[in-house]
Design a protein around this ligand. Structure first.
Ligand code: BGP
Length: 482
């Protein structure tokens, strides 16, 4: 049922939706694109749900005009998408592949034609395989200059047209899954020393790109998108309050403090040094991180769920439990760091079929924390519900559960705005259905249903879900009708 309410959302608020190149484009061997780490990884047996790949994905590579026309019909104010590095530099460096560049220039022009603000993610996890072969990608500091060169190419080619830049998507996730749990490329397991080293390289790449953008005269908005899972202590036992403090230092502030202040949290760094797994830094790195921190203009937040923190004994939960990638409720295991914290289920919250807790207040909590701790504006760069959707015989999709999820999250975001948080944009994940990295195509997020299953062969036709019409109205009324 429609609800009319006062909305604190400011004029010009950017109602948006987000995607990532590997998850939507397909065309994996087209237009001169080079191979990526994900093109290789999905071919390793057992790595993705039912061996799904992004080879075809939802064919946005050929249907972007149709997709952007649908965004325009909905009234979207911003579209967040990522550029595939290997379309621009098939080998990671060298000559620009003009065909790849033209593809993104067309996307940007198409957005601007409809007054949709393009928001560009420079890196959303697909790395040119050539750089992995040459020096093991993020494991080498050589990636820093190559990333900066790639970013500078985008800054200069999209100059004047793109005003919102996201340097890295969820550095915390691609590094954790890549070097701790082996679920993302390069598939390393429990390599803690390298995990922190890779993160330091990623921070330096981000920081140098931010500084380069400003040196080139860039006046737009720039920041990184962080997968923020805010935490609540299980109860008021001091040992659980400390578990929360430790969790925040190691799992949240470790990234956000570097983006916003240019320094690592002290207690976490001290702990890593004692364990001998702190990253090696070059002279001058800390100064560069600090300078870049002064130049970012927002904190990007991808928010899906909150967590609970409880003290974890030495023989307790590890970070390596099974993840639910099938949509069979209850198949995820409790995670934690022995001797520090664990994340038990929150008995007060419902969960999705993939065992992600549903907590609209958590979004408000994120905004409040960022506002108090960093005094930065916020871009909600992802938020959404992965669910099983059913298309009826007459091509309708009644996804009232998605409407309900988004409605409650937008209400909570509105509260944060009314409390004084400066929120610039809200991007749902996602506009069309797309590939979920580890969960295949059955975990759907879009406003637009795409006719395909895990195996190739669907028509790839697009259908508007009920949530499409609902979000259209939210945008039209600037969040007053939810
Ligand atoms: C974020 C990623 C997105 C997207 C989303 C949903 O971590 O930035 O790329 O995939 O999560 O996650 P999933 O596909 O695992 O359900």
């Amino acid at each position: 049922m429609e609800q009319m309410r006062a909305s604190g959302f400011p004029e010009g608020f950017l109602w948006g939706s987000a995607s990532a190149a590997y998850q939507i484009e397909g065309g994996w061997k087209e237009g001169g694109k080079g191979m990526t780490n994900w093109d290789a990884f999905v071919r390793i047996p057992g790595k993705t749900y039912k061996a799904t790949t992004g080879d075809v994905a939802v064919d946005h590579y050929h249907r972007y005009k149709e997709d952007i026309a649908l965004m325009a019909e909905m009234g979207l104010k911003t579209y967040r998408f990522s550029v595939s590095w290997a379309r621009i530099f098939p080998e990671g460096t060298g000559e620009v592949n003009e065909e790849g560049m033209a593809f993104y220039q067309d996307i940007i022009d198409e957005c601007l034609k409809y007054s949709i603000e393009p928001m560009v993610t420079i890196y959303h996890w697909d790395l040119p395989q050539a750089l992995v072969d040459e020096y093991r990608g993020w494991e080498s500091p050589r990636i820093i200059d190559d990333y900066v060169q790639y970013a500078k190419t985008l800054f200069s080619r999209f100059d004047g047209k793109v005003k919102y830049w996201i340097t890295l998507n969820e550095q915390n996730i691609f590094t954790s899954l890549g070097w701790l749990t082996a679920q993302h490329p390069p598939g390393k397991f429990d390599d803690q020393k390298m995990f922190y080293q890779v993160n330091h390289h990623a921070f330096m790449a981000h920081a140098k790109a931010v500084l380069a953008y400003r040196q080139m005269g860039g006046k737009g908005q720039i920041g990184a998108s962080f997968a923020y899972t805010p935490s609540y202590a299980l109860d008021c036992r001091p040992i659980n309050a400390m578990a929360k403090a430790n969790y925040d230092d190691l799992k949240n502030y470790w990234w956000m403090d570097v983006y916003a202040y240019g320094r690592y949290p002290v207690a976490a760094m001290t702990y890593l040094k004692k364990k001998g797994i702190a990253p090696d830094m070059a002279d001058g790195d800390e100064e560069i991180l600090r300078q870049a921190a002064a130049q970012i203009t927002f904190m990007g937040v991808n928010y899906y769920q909150s967590c609970v923190c409880e003290y974890n004994p030495m023989d307790g939960a590890t970070p390596y439990g099974t993840m639910n990638t099938t949509g069979v409720k209850g198949s995820a295991q409790e995670l934690g760091m022995p001797g520090i914290y664990k994340n038990p289920a929150n008995p007060y919250l419902l969960t999705t079929d993939w065992d992600w807790s549903i907590d609209p207040s958590g979004l408000q909590f994120c905004c409040r924390e960022i506002t108090s701790r960093y005094a930065l504006p916020i871009v909600i760069s992802e938020n959404g519900l992965g669910a099983f959707d059913k298309k009826t015989e007459d091509g309708q999709i009644h996804d009232e559960y998605r409407i309900c999820y988004l409605k409650e999250h937008i209400k909570a975001l509105g509260e944060a705005v009314e409390e004084g948080c400066q929120v610039l944009a809200y991007c749902t994940w996602s506009f069309t259905d797309l590939l979920s990295w580890l969960n295949g195509y059955q975990k759907r997020y879009g406003f637009i249903y795409v006719d395909r299953e895990e195996e190739e062969g669907g028509t790839l036709d697009r259908f508007r879900k009920d949530s499409f019409y609902w979000y259209k109205k939210v945008i039209e009324t600037n969040g007053k009708v939810l």
